[in-house]
Design a protein around this ligand. Structure first.
Ligand SMILES: *Cc1c(COP(=O)(O)O)cnc(C)c1O
Length: 395
């Protein structure tokens, strides 16, 4: 079905794509909390099950609310297909289960979400899928790690939490030369700031839990790409294995998309101001934010992204002791590992999000004991600074 909003501007697509107004004339998109759907006749039921007629069957794999979210996100990433999933992790799992088999090999950036690494090392390995890790920004490292068995290159850019940037055009060319797929976790930027498919990536995965919701309410994810790899292959896994997004969550995420453009601009503006301020604090040895001109990949970030997002990492000179002291002296900034929320959050990656890595893996990924990560929310930035100043005063 063609959607008259598909070729409109980003903000218009974010608000309008995918809503097929029902006979009730509703202005806001409806939620369809139904497990199954009825058919007009035995013939129609048979045609739906045989895949000869499009339409709803059963909400494990066809639900109108979920479909509206999928069509809207696909339109924002510039893709043919989106498959919504129950979480960001199940988006990554579904991609790998659908596209890989025993004997296949993944080359992954070492600077990825800690749980993704556990998924690769502890679980995919049980089924004969091996993974090697490379430095995100070192193209030679990627080249050396690719073997004839390599099927997927996997990365996040900017990385979590260090804000390292991948050269998407160079890596997609490398993937094509070697017959691999480039899979990008676009959680930190969202399509409002970066559309990896435009730079040659084959598949984008999302934790919708983060900025797509944007208000810390629901868990969900998505896989975005072309009609074959995502629309057929990943969809086929989802329909069979069932890591499905609920209609209620799909509705929440769809509403999140309506304000995504505005929110990402606001998160980015506040984060840039805060990163600049953090650089001036005497207790801070280093700030990791790609929006700073001092960031070694600032130019590459400017090429790929329209702004730099809301995540800042910084290093406290006094190590873990002072980092924890800062956290514990805050009045109201939320101590939680979640990110991409309208509420500003702070976490100590070495003992939380990256706590399950071995000391060696953590050191290689550049996560030091004095590092803190802030997800800059939508509060008044002067208040965020004032709360952090309280933390710095306690050190
Ligand atoms: C949170 C996160 C995930 C996992 O998403 P869930 O929705 O928590 O399952 C994957 N990648 C990145 C970069 C994340 O931040």
């Amino acid at each position: 079905m063609t959607d008259k909003f598909k070729d409109k501007g980003f903000a218009t697509r974010a608000v309008r794509v995918g809503h097929r107004r029902t006979a009730e004339g509703e202005q806001s998109e409806p939620i369809f909390p139904t497990s199954s759907f009825t058919f007009d006749s035995a013939e129609q039921a048979a045609a739906r099950f045989a895949g000869e007629e499009p339409g709803n069957i059963y909400s494990r794999f066809t639900n109108p609310t979920v479909r509206t979210f999928e069509e809207r996100l696909a339109a924002l990433e510039g893709a043919e297909s989106t498959v919504a999933t129950s979480s960001g992790m199940s988006a990554i799992l579904s991609t790998m289960m659908a596209l890989l088999q025993a004997g296949d090999h993944i080359v992954s950036s070492m600077s990825i979400f800690g749980t993704t690494r556990v998924l690769f090392d502890k679980y995919l390995s049980k089924f004969g899928i091996s993974t090697n890790y490379v430095k995100l920004s070192d193209l030679d490292d990627w080249k050396k790690a690719i073997t004839p068995q390599t099927k997927i290159l996997f990365l996040e850019t900017p990385s979590n939490p260090l804000n390292e940037i991948a050269d998407l055009e160079a890596l997609s060319a490398l993937a094509k030369e070697n017959g691999c797929l480039l899979v990008v976790d676009n959680c930190f930027c969202t399509p409002a700031l970066q559309q990896p498919l435009k730079f040659g990536a084959d598949i984008v995965v999302h934790s919708a839990t983060k900025y797509i919701d944007g208000q810390g309410r629901c868990i969900g994810g998505a896989v975005v790409g072309d009609a074959q790899l995502v629309g057929e292959d990943v969809y086929g896994f989802l329909r069979t294995a069932g890591p499905t997004m609920s209609p209620f969550n799909a509705w929440t995420f769809m509403k999140g998309l309506e304000t995504l453009d505005l929110r990402m601009k606001a998160h980015s503006a506040s984060a840039l101001e805060l990163a600049t301020w953090l650089e001036q604090q005497s207790a801070v040895s280093k700030v990791f934010y790609a929006g700073l001109p001092t960031h070694p990949q600032h130019e590459l970030a400017k090429k790929q992204q329209s702004a730099f997002g809301g995540i800042i990492a910084f290093e406290i000179k006094g190590g873990k002791q002072d980092a924890w002291k800062l956290i514990n002296s805050l009045e109201w900034i939320s101590i939680t590992a979640n990110l991409g929320d309208s509420k500003t959050t702070i976490t100590h990656p070495a003992t939380t999000t990256h706590g399950r890595l071995t000391d060696e893996a953590r050191a290689l990924a550049g996560i030091t004991d004095g590092m803190l990560r802030i997800s800059v929310g939508l509060e008044s930035i002067d208040d965020v600074k004032a709360d952090l100043a309280r933390g710095f005063a306690a050190i």
